[in-house]
Design a protein around this ligand. Structure first.
Ligand code: 9MR
Length: 348
C-alpha cells in the first residue's frame, strides 16, 4: 500500500512537471490535468460535489469546485426553510446563486430537496394542518420551486429520508397528516412542473441490502407498477470507517436497476474517528475506490456526488463530535489518498 502510494506520488510529480507546473513552462492546452469529471464521463457517469452559499467567497475552493466536477448539489439553498420562509413567499436567491454558478461552469445540477422533515420553516411546523390544507401547501411548494428551476435541474431529490431504520415510514408532518400517499403525490406534482427532470427518492443508511433499503425497493416497485413518475433512487452514502463497508452495495444498486430505476450515490462522505492517521486514510481511500467501482459496475448507476469535496466545509465535525476527515480533499484543499484512489478506479 505504502509503496504504491509512493509510486503514485512519483507519477504525479512527473505528470505535474510534464504539464509545466512548477517549472515556469506554460502548460499546453492538451496537458490540462484530467479531472474526476473527465474520467467519469468516459464511463457515461458524472462526478459531483455539494456546495453551500457561504463557501462561495473562497476563491481557491471555488476554482476546484468549478473544474473538478460536472454535477453540483446545493447543500442547503433549495430546502424549504430557504425557499419559502413565509407561507406563499418564495425566495430562490440562495439556490439561484448555486445553479447559476454551476451553469457558468457547464455543470449540471441535482436539486435538493422538496419534501423533507428537517429544515422546514417555522410557519409550517408551528401549527396543526388539516389534510386538505397541508396537501395544498405541499403542492404549491413543490410546483412553485420545480417550475422556477424548470429546465435547469437534471434530477430532483423529491422526497428525502422517508423511512426509519427498520423500514417503517418516518412519522413526519407529511406522513402523519397525509398518509403514505404523499410520496406518490409529490412525485406527480413535481413531474407536472418539470416533465424532463429525473425524480428521485433519497436516503441514508440504504447502501447495503437491509430493512431500510428493502422498504425503498418495495415502495419503488409499487410506484412503478402504478405508473407514478419515479426515475431514480439516491443512496446518500454517509459512511463511517468504524461501522464497516456496505459490502452489498453493488447488489443493492443492481436490484433497483432491475426495477427500471437509475441509482446515484448522492451525498458521499466517509468519516473516521479523529485524529486521522495514515492507516485510516488508506482504508478510507480503499472505500472510495470500492464505492466508485460499485457504481461503475452497475449500468444504471449514473453518478457519484460528494457531500462537499473538502474537509474544510464538511458537515461532519459539527454533527459527530470527534469525527471528521471524511472527504477526498483536506482542510488545506490538498488531495488526500482517497482522491487518487477514486481516479484510479475511474481510469480502469
Ligand atoms: O450539509 C447540510 C448541513 O449544512 C445542514 O446543517 C444539515 C442540516 O440537517 O443538512 C446537511 O445536509 C443533509 C442533507 O440535506 C440530507 N442528508 C443528510 C445531510 C447531512 O446532514
Amino acid at each position: 500500500m505504502h509503496k504504491n502510494r509512493l509510486r503514485l506520488v512519483g507519477a504525479l510529480a512527473v505528470a505535474l512537471m510534464a504539464a509545466g507546473v512548477g517549472t515556469g513552462v506554460p502548460a499546453q492546452a492538451h496537458d490540462k490535468p484530467t479531472t474526476l469529471a473527465d474520467l467519469a464521463q468516459r464511463h457515461g457517469r458524472y462526478y459531483g460535489s455539494a456546495t453551500d452559499n457561504p463557501e462561495l467567497v473562497d476563491e481557491p475552493y471555488k476554482a476546484i469546485l468549478g473544474s473538478e466536477f460536472d454535477m453540483i448539489t446545493p447543500g442547503n439553498g433549495q430546502k424549504w426553510y430557504a425557499t419559502e420562509p413565509q407561507q406563499g413567499v418564495f425566495d430562490f436567491s440562495k439556490g439561484d446563486e448555486i445553479v447559476n454558478l454551476a451553469r457558468a461552469n457547464h455543470q449540471r445540477v441535482r436539486g435538493h430537496t422538496l419534501v423533507w422533515h428537517s429544515q422546514l420553516p417555522d410557519w409550517l411546523t408551528s401549527r396543526e394542518w388539516t389534510a386538505t390544507e397541508l396537501r395544498a401547501v405541499l403542492k404549491k411548494h413543490i410546483q412553485t420551486e420545480v417550475r422556477h428551476y424548470r429546465g435547469k435541474i437534471y434530477a430532483w431529490d423529491v422526497v428525502n429520508e422517508a423511512f426509519n431504520e427498520d423500514g417503517t415510514y418516518r412519522e413526519t408532518i407529511f406522513y402523519k397528516t397525509l398518509g403514505p400517499g404523499y410520496i406518490a403525490d409529490a412525485l406527480r406534482w413535481a413531474h407536472q412542473a418539470d416533465p424532463k427532470a429525473k425524480l428521485y427518492l433519497n436516503d441514508y443508511n440504504v447502501e447495503a441490502v437491509g430493512p431500510k433499503s428493502d422498504a425503498y425497493y418495495k415502495l419503488a416497485k409499487e410506484l412503478k407498477a402504478q405508473g407514478v413518475p419515479l426515475h431514480g433512487f439516491g443512496l446518500q452514502a454517509h459512511l463511517a470507517l468504524q461501522y464497516g463497508y456496505p459490502t452489498t452495495l453493488e447488489d443493492n444498486l443492481r436490484r433497483f436497476a432491475r426495477l427500471g430505476l437509475d441509482t446515484a450515490l448522492t451525498e458521499v462522505d466517509i468519516r473516521m474517528i479523529l485524529p486521522a492517521d495514515e492507516t485510516k486514510l488508506a482504508t478510507q481511500a480503499q472505500w472510495y475506490r470500492d464505492l466508485t467501482e460499485a457504481c461503475l459496475a452497475v449500468r444504471r448507476c449514473v453518478g457519484i456526488t460528494l457531500w462537499d469535496y473538502t474537509d474544510k466545509y464538511s458537515w461532519i465535525p459539527a454533527f459527530f463530535e470527534g469525527q471528521g476527515a471524511a472527504l477526498p480533499w483536506d482542510e488545506q484543499l490538498q488531495p488526500k489518498p482517497a482522491y487518487f484512489a477514486i481516479k484510479e478506479a475511474l481510469k480502469k
